[in-house]
Design a protein around this ligand. Structure first.
Ligand code: G3P
Length: 204
């Protein structure tokens, strides 16, 4: 039952990592741009603070670039490196090649169980179904996480489910109840996990 934070804000990550409750970080180009930082400076600082698992997204549609960049990042940052690729033909081909080299790959932008099947066949360490964005389109994001988790369990797949695009604490617990291995969430959602009105009342 792992919790990742979905942010590139280093001071906030360091502060939360100190709680001992955080197992990793997912980043993406939008989050890094928002932080105004160079991606590799962010990875370096996080690795220096002992964050054990950092998803580093590569943006290209060229298999050779995915693979060479993935290998370079692994060389540079070591065991904490997880390479994030999209669920496209090029991304999945790169996933297979990198996974064969023993590099962890997170296949992102997963919106169906069939995409999750392909990612598992490509040797992905993680798949990231986007719960909130599925909900935004009037489908059931938590149900997608449940379906993929069940499918992997039935097929004894080694790929882990990393539920992403979560916007509220209720979805966090529902994803875990539905069998997800990992949940990544914005810091604001993580902070709300502590809250209960009866805890406050009990303290009063
Ligand atoms: O981890 C994926 C996440 O960054 C996307 O979140 O809220 O933009 O759908 P959201």
């Amino acid at each position: 039952m792992k919790i990742f934070l979905d942010t590139a804000d280093v001071p906030t990550i360091v502060n939360h990592f100190d709680t001992g409750l955080i197992d990793g970080i997912t980043t993406n180009p939008t989050l890094i741009m928002k932080s105004g930082r160079n991606p590799e400076d962010v990875y370096r600082e996080l690795a220096g603070h002992g964050v054990p698992d950092i998803s580093m997204e590569i943006v290209t549609e060229d298999v050779d670039v995915f693979v060479s960049e993935g290998k370079r990042l692994k060389e540079e940052f070591g065991e904490c490196t997880t390479i994030k690729v999209p669920c496209t033909p090029a991304g999945l081909k790169a996933c297979k090649l990198l996974s064969d080299e023993g590099i962890r790959v997170n296949v992102t932008l997963i919106f169906s169980a069939t995409q999750a099947i392909l990612a598992a066949k490509a040797g992905a360490a993680y798949v990231s179904p986007f719960v909130g964005r599925v909900d935004d389109n009037s489908f059931d994001g938590v149900q997608l996480v449940k379906d993929i988790s069940l499918l992997y369990k039935e097929q004894l797949a080694r790929t882990q489910v990393l539920a992403a695009s979560l916007r509220d604490v209720r979805s966090v617990s529902e994803c875990f109840m539905g069998g997800t291995d990992i949940v990544t969430m914005p810091v604001a959602v993580f902070d709300k996990m502590y809250n209960h009105i009866l805890t406050d009342k009990g303290l009063d």
